[in-house]
Write a protein that binds this ligand. Structure first.
Ligand SMILES: *Cc1c(COP(=O)(O)O)cnc(C)c1O
Length: 362
């Protein structure tokens, strides 16, 4: 197909389906809440929800995302991870049958003060050791009793916790977190959810009743030193563009803003139509790789807003119009993220709003 000038994100929905089947295979006794926050990790909320409609539910981090899913006709369970902040939001989630977590005493009070007849599904979020959000384990029995009394629960209370270090299997913190949360939930005899992707992949003890995978559904590894393909996951996004110039540059010429690269010899330098405005990270160093017609070539010079420049010495057939893959099929986003000093999560969810998401293959 003819690519318009600029970056495109191809979304491979069969990869999403495949990755969900990997979750099912790894955690066969757990129900799956597919985490599709942040616009489905940049892939497009509704595209991802359609592809993953066999999940047992969805989790999002903003009320508008839950509302969009309901407006689009999704009737599955939807968990609003941060919960609600006031009575108006509570009324809205109750009306739309959106599950909420509660992680703070103010939210318990909001539920106790709810109008008679209001019913909502609630997941009690416990701080088992991450110390970011959640109620302390010692308060759980009391809050469970208070919520049971106030007649606001649609289904029995569930318990959730979040793992801080599940991607680092050398640490003991995950084992401790699992033990802490299991202790509270067993005493209450309630359903439990612990595992993010790293929990699903590395900590069978964390599987419990519900798993909450995010990044692995998009084909990306949560671990620092490998890639999704090492776990039989398939990348769901391929970010690509085209070369729109191939220039013969003389030796000893500084390329791009601030001239961070000087040509060691006369050479072909390609310009590809992608930049930080598309979400390609500005701070990748010289030498970061992209694929030009399937072959790896290094970036030379700074990434600018709309353009990157490429060393084409090893690629004699590259020409204006050649396809340039920034990440995805053939070039894991994990590799680019490591060059940029970040994680695949950030690159995926920062793909710019001007980048069309195209479903299917080109
Ligand atoms: C984002 C998130 C997840 C998913 O995490 P991944 O590492 O992407 O699998 C699970 N649970 C909560 C509470 C989250 O915020």
């Amino acid at each position: 197909m003819n690519h318009p000038l600029g970056a495109l994100a191809q979304i491979d929905t069969s990869a999403l389906v495949h990755n969900l089947s990997r979750v099912r295979l790894i955690a066969p006794n757990s129900r799956v809440l597919a985490v599709i926050k942040a616009d489905g990790y940049g892939h497009g909320l509704l595209t991802v929800a359609h592809a993953l409609c066999d999940a047992d539910g969805f989790a999002v981090a903003r009320l508008v995302e839950a509302q969009s899913l309901r407006a689009a006709g999704f009737t599955q369970r939807i968990v609003l991870l941060p919960g609600v902040v006031d009575a108006q939001e509570l009324a809205l989630v109750a009306q739309l049958a959106i599950d909420i977590t509660i992680h703070h005493r103010a939210q318990v009070e909001l539920l106790e003060q709810a109008p008679r007849g209001l019913r909502v599904n609630v997941w009690l979020k416990i701080d088992s050791g991450m110390h970011r959000l959640g109620l302390c384990p010692a308060a759980v029995a009391e809050i469970h009793a208070r919520l049971s009394r106030c007649d606001v629960l649609r289904e029995p209370l569930r318990v959730m916790t979040h793992l801080a270090d599940a991607d680092d299997t050398s640490k003991n913190t995950t084992r401790q977190q699992i033990a802490t949360v299991r202790e509270c939930s067993t005493a209450l005899n309630v359903e439990l959810s612990i595992a993010n992707s790293a929990g699903v992949m590395a900590w069978p003890d964390a599987h419990a009743d519900w798993v909450r995978p995010g990044i692995m559904l998009y084909g990306v590894s949560p671990f620092a030193s490998d890639c999704g393909s090492d776990h039989e996951l398939r990348p769901a996004m391929t970010l690509s563009t085209r070369l729109f110039a191939v220039n013969d540059i003389a030796a000893d010429a500084a390329i791009g803003y601030a001239g961070t690269y000087t040509t060691p010899e006369a050479m072909a330098v390609g310009a590809a139509a992608v930049g930080y405005a598309d979400g390609y990270p500005r701070h990748v160093p010289n030498g970061t790789q992209v694929l030009v017609d399937g072959q790896r070539v290094p970036i030379v010079g700074r990434v600018s807003m709309d353009t990157i420049t490429l060393d084409l010495r090893a690629h004699s057939t590259a020409r204006v119009g050649s396809k340039v893959v920034l990440w995805g099929d053939g070039l894991p986003v994990e590799t680019v993220a490591r060059s940029a000093g970040t994680i695949g999560y950030e690159l995926l969810c920062r793909v710019g709003s001007r980048v069309p998401r195209i479903v299917g293959s080109l």
